[in-house]
Design a protein around this ligand. Structure first.
Ligand SMILES: Nc1nc2c(ncn2[C@@H]2O[C@H](COP(=O)(O)OP(=O)(O)OP(=O)(O)O)[C@@H](O)[C@H]2O)c(=O)[nH]1
Ligand SMILES: [Mg+2]
Length: 442
């Protein structure tokens, strides 16, 4: 297959103590390089068991797997060495590979080669990265779906439809005597159809981003209303310090937990109060609390249920007026009062803690994630936006019955934008920015 690339190597597993460690080698010389220090024959598609030997010294007992091009991850000859999971051994074998003719792989170079050798398209290559980086079960499953080609298929289908339309338009331009001009209504109909499909994908983009990044939740309120207690209850951990002294939490504390498959980052903040008794540390804590509100996707506004909503509470709630919020009345176990629009909770008994999680989920995730077939990242979303922009231009030209030659220029631009997602249209800059995000060894 590819004869253009040199032979690269990298440690593919974390460099830490573990049961096994894997070193990967890819390129034409893979087998020859490994043969120099492996004491057994290397047979393709077999489990080759033997020793790594350096200067007559036994380094490790290993398993060597040999995948012959094109039937490998990169499409090239690939050798994987399974060692015992010791950072020292992994590094020693890596050094052996380097001194015998292999080069250290750059970030994402294995996956980049898989793409360049047509083992996967760009959307699938990006899914490899995102699968590794997934922060939640749902995100991982959508990335796995991308890896299996679901986004590629959706884009390819649209590209084919555009190509078909372009072919018809071009034929009538090139052979006006033999081929009839494509009716403007038909062009409009087809373009509108494709535009709607793209818009549908983009409609889910916000949810894709939430799945990718997770959601950020801030717990905010006056001192002593029960923020840290709720923080602990949501995490099911005694993480934050709880006391009956107002001003207990000084610094912000952040932890992650899972809400129905989505990664949630929860931040406990210092109780906000304007008081001349507060010291410098508490003042800084309050400033940080305000920044946390700005940075969050949703803010839990807490007030003490035994007291009710005071003017001070209202002032604090003002700070989150541009945010999605959930109003929460605390300490339900020692008061039975109902406040309109507020969810009564007790961090002591656990009352309505699950309900609160449900509310958070419903507020932030506004589409049915289970029905999303694939996910898109920022880069892919930009290409989709560009495609819509070009289609809109083409639609305008169609409505004005411009020369079809001119309209076809915009249609081609849309085609190119979609091609950037799958990698049919690509340049080095895009490639490098994608694969730079990978870890070495992937
Ligand atoms: N009975 C009862 N007491 C609670 C509940 N939640 C909090 N408290 C009590 O209220 C007091 C303050 O709780 P914290 O969670 O420290 O309050 P906070 O809002 O984090 O306070 P600061 O960090 O000082 O701003 C403690 O004595 C808690 O035991 C609850 O659900 N029920
Ligand atoms: Mg606190």
């Amino acid at each position: 297959m590819s004869n253009f690339f040199d032979t690269i190597c990298a440690i593919a597993t974390p460099i830490a103590k573990g049961g096994v460690g894997i070193i990967r080698v890819s390129g034409e010389a893979s087998k020859d390089v490994v043969k120099k220090f492996f004491n057994k024959e290397i047979i393709p598609n077999k489990i080759n068991h033997g020793w790594i030997i350096n200067n007559n010294k036994k380094i490790d007992e290993v398993i060597v797997l040999y995948f012959v091009s094109p039937k490998s991850f990169t499409g090239e000859d690939v050798v994987e060495i399974q060692t015992h999971g010791s950072p020292v051994i992994l590094k020693e074998i890596l050094n052996l590979l380097l001194s015998n003719g292999a080069r250290l792989a750059t970030k994402g170079e294995f996956t980049k080669r898989a793409f360049l050798n047509h083992k996967m398209d760009l959307s699938e290559a990006e899914a490899v990265l995102e699968l590794i980086e997934s922060k939640s079960v749902k995100s991982a499953s959508l990335n796995a779906s991308n890896l299996s080609g679901s986004l590629k298929e959706a884009i390819s289908n649209m590209r084919e439809e555009i190509l078909e339309l372009l072919a018809k338009i071009t034929a009538s331009i090139d052979f006006p005597e033999d081929v009839q001009e494509v009716p403007y209504e038909l062009i409009e109909e087809k373009l509108t159809e494709i535009k709607e499909k793209i818009e549908n994908i983009l409609k889910n983009a916000k949810s894709h981003n939430i799945l990718r990044e997770g959601i950020k939740i801030a717990v905010v309120g006056r001192p002593n209303v029960g923020k840290s207690s709720l923080f602990n209850a949501l995490l099911n951990l005694k993480r934050a310090i709880v006391t009956d002294i107002a001003g207990t939490t000084r610094d912000i504390i952040t932890e992650s937990f899972d809400i129905d498959g989505i990664n949630a980052t929860l931040t406990d903040t210092a109780g906000i109060r304007e008081d001349n008794k507060i010291d410098t540390v508490e003042k800084i804590g309050i400033t940080k609390a305000k920044e946390t509100i700005e940075d969050s996707d949703i803010v839990l506004l807490l007030f003490d249920g035994t007291v009710g909503i005071t003017d001070d509470d209202k002032e604090i709630f003002e700070l989150a007026k541009n945010k999605k919020t959930i109003l929460v009345s605390t300490k339900q176990d020692i008061n039975e009062k109902i406040y309109e629009g507020a969810l009564p909770i007790s961090s002591k008994t656990g009352k309505n803690i699950e309900k609160l999680k449900e509310l958070i989920y419903k507020n932030v995730v506004d589409v049915d994630i289970d029905n999303i077939e694939f996910t898109t990242n920022q880069r892919q979303q930009e290409s989709l936006q560009n495609a819509i922009f070009a289609i809109n231009n083409a639609l305008l030209g169609t409505k004005q019955e411009q020369l079809q030659d001119l309209i076809s220029i915009d249609i081609k631009t849309a085609l190119l934008s979609l091609g950037e997602i799958t990698g049919e249209v690509i340049n080095d800059e895009i490639l490098n920015s994608i694969f730079d995000k990978f870890c070495i060894g992937k």
